[in-house]
Write a protein that binds this ligand. Sequence first.
Ligand SMILES: Nc1ncnc2c1ncn2[C@@H]1O[C@H](COP(=O)(O)OP(=O)(O)O)[C@@H](O)[C@H]1O
Ligand SMILES: CC(=O)N[C@@H](CCC(=O)OP(=O)(O)O)C(=O)O
Length: 276
Amino acid sequence: MGLRPELRVRQDQRDLPLVSAKAPIVVKVGGGALKGGALEDLPSILAGGTPVVLVHGGGPQLTRMLDSLGIESTFHEGLRVTDAATLEVAEMVFAGGVNKALVRGLGGIGVPAAGISGTDGPTILVEPVPELGRVGEVSSVEPALIEALWSGGFVPVVAPLGLGPEGAYNVNADSAAAALAVGLGAGHLFLLTDVDGLLKDGEAVASLGPEESEDFVESGLAAGGMVPKLRAAALAARGGVRARVLNGNKKGVLSGALSGEDVGTLVYEGGAACRQ
Ligand SMILES: Nc1ncnc2c1ncn2[C@@H]1O[C@H](COP(=O)(O)OP(=O)(O)O)[C@@H](O)[C@H]1O
Ligand SMILES: CC(=O)N[C@@H](CCC(=O)OP(=O)(O)O)C(=O)O
């Protein structure tokens, strides 16, 4: 009996040792890059035996849903001020439609994936940031559920929510991904977004050290969603991870970055010494 080609690929992928001696990589997919081609590199990366975790955003999708419900969106330094109604919709959008569509998309390219929220396990634990309402800052990550999915041959796909004292909290997806990268001992964090990197005069800055991230924020060069992204990249870099901001709408950027190509903006300890 013949299997459909995509199912055969899935079966092959499940036979691979996803829990391996190789350092994992964490890939964060922003809401503006969910339909981009960068994830098409994942089958070959997984075939090499590297464990992968995906974390996704969904900010634009949530804003659209809130608009349609007549709920205004307010941001402070790139973070959404989240009242109880916004949190309820956020959980539906992130852990519902966005997470499930991404998992189905991965299945379509032969990547066996399972969607979870950061509150499942629980995997992401947070401290409240009361001035932003129901927003959480990651305090710790628990790898047990992610490791269980790897053991079963599945790529975990994590929605940006965390568990805190009052239940679920909205977590910026870049910071969730950075905390997971550090907690899992990842070698790389790839932040896939809708621009080529941290742009300066229209060009992506090639590399920077974590201490420089705040300079770019203070100078106003990095604004909006780039602020939490650079802060997350700096956190990952301080935790020993090489963090790279990449254009998720461009095919080949993940494999390119892994094979040493100078693509996007790299943030790592020692990055300041590199060419910009
Ligand atoms: N210096 C900068 N370089 C690149 N993007 C910037 C910069 N400053 C602000 N931005 C904004 O940051 C956005 C990326 O952040 P965000 O919209 O949160 O993306 P994502 O949803 O992928 O996390 C860009 O689309 C751009 O509008
Ligand atoms: C606290 C906070 O700001 N949470 C974000 C979570 C989603 C996110 O980060 O989405 P992108 O990666 O697509 O921007 C939000 O509500 O928009």
